[in-house]
Design a protein around this ligand. Structure first.
Ligand code: F6R
Length: 366
């Protein structure tokens, strides 16, 4: 049933490298151009000045990642919101705004309601979706299909990394259409993006080590996940996975916010998962000082670090080393480690991983 894996979730985690590779192959031409989805032209993107991304849950975390990438590389102002909030606020959106909906199922009630509202305001709707023929796809002007195949595990894994890849590809195509990336720069970014599938595969091959760490820390009442910038959404997603399948309370936080409250939680029994791979990014040093603050309060540090970063091993109780990839693309690699960490914590707690209590695969009512 799960093709030799003990659960659908574990099978779907393992499918990620292949799915990411296939998306790269499909959306990059042999001349090294990133193809735009049908219905969206270079000309349209040259004139665009605002994007609004709406989604829920894991897809919202993908949207947060997409926002960071797009605003960084395309020069377009990008906002993101939870669909359930967006639909009840007054976002002052005009027909010149592109609304991007992100949804695995394409049937999430709040996401659908949001795009219907945006359509009434005259906006164009672009969706990143996994289910062809779903309501979100049918109601969009243009679509990027994540083509992961059916995601059966209730906790989303492969759809998430595919949504991130969709944002990476879309960002590169918009940035080159707008002249923000020269052909030579685009080539460098694409070469770096092509490192991602193998890096994810490498993380998955370390599952026995991650299992030991998950088992070691599974029994506490709570855990904290910290990240910054591109990996702030990764921290939120890692915590969400943990909550969903292990029923252990977990909180994702922007590491810079720690001093503004959550630092009060830290003691010797609190596992603090620190995502600290962005060695070329200015936030790396900031992450390190946040980790030192946790260490000084005897928190149990589990670091996700880049291969070769021995500094972090000295500070941490446990380290999951991941291959170094370009900072902008590291969230796809890092989240694989957090999916497995949550998975093995849940397994140690004996929960029903594929069908966690109280959750539905697709939330078709508000
Ligand atoms: C988390 C999870 C949910 C969904 C959310 C949106 O693992 O599966 O948070 O991401 O319900 O669903 P879609 O993407 O189908 O709109």
């Amino acid at each position: 049933e799960h093709s030799g894996f003990e659960t659908f979730m574990l099978k779907e985690i393992h499918e990620q490298p292949r799915i990411l590779r296939a998306l790269l192959e499909k959306h990059v031409s042999s001349e090294g151009q990133v193809l735009l989805p049908d219905g969206l032209s270079s000309d349209y993107f040259r004139k665009l000045n605002r994007i609004m991304i709406v989604s829920c849950g894991t897809a919202y975390h993908a949207g947060m990642y997409g926002k960071l990438l797009m605003e960084n590389l395309t020069g377009i102002a990008v906002e993101t919101d939870l669909a359930s909030e967006f639909r009840y606020r007054d976002p002052k959106i005009d027909p010149g705004t592109l609304v991007i909906a992100v949804s695995q199922s394409g049937e999430t009630a709040d996401t659908l309601a949001s795009i219907r509202m945006a359509k009434d305001w005259g906006c164009r709707i672009f969706s990143i979706c996994n289910v062809e023929g779903s309501s979100v796809v049918r109601e969009s002007d243009a679509v990027f299909l994540t083509e992961c195949g059916p995601e059966i595990g209730v906790a989303s894994t492969k759809a998430y990394t595919a949504q991130q890849m969709a944002f990476a590809l879309l960002t590169l195509s918009i940035a080159s259409a707008r002249g923000n990336l020269s052909p030579a720069e685009l080539k460098v970014y694409l070469d770096d993006l092509r490192d991602v599938p193998d890096a994810v595969h490498y993380v998955i091959r370390q599952k026995e080590l991650i299992q030991k760490i998950g088992e070691k820390h599974h029994d506490g009442p709570s855990s904290l996940y910290l990240g910054r910038r591109f990996n702030y959404p990764t921290a939120l997603e890692g915590a969400l996975k943990n909550k969903e399948i292990s029923y252990q309370h977990a909180e994702g936080y922007a590491a810079g916010e720690m001093k503004h409250g959550p630092i009060a939680l830290i003691n010797e029994s609190l596992p603090v998962v620190c995502i600290c791979t962005q060695t070329a990014d200015e936030v790396y040093e900031k992450m390190l000082s946040n980790i030192k603050e946790v260490e000084a309060r005897n928190g149990r540090i589990i670091a996700v670090a880049s291969e070769g970063d021995s500094e972090l091993a000295k500070l941490s109780d446990d380290v999951i080393y991941v291959p170094a990839v370009r900072d902008e693309f590291s969230p796809m690699v890092n989240v694989a480690a957090l999916q497995l960490l949550a998975y093995y914590a849940a397994r140690a707690r004996g929960t029903d991983i594929d069908k966690p209590r109280n959750l539905a695969k697709s939330v078709t009512v508000e």
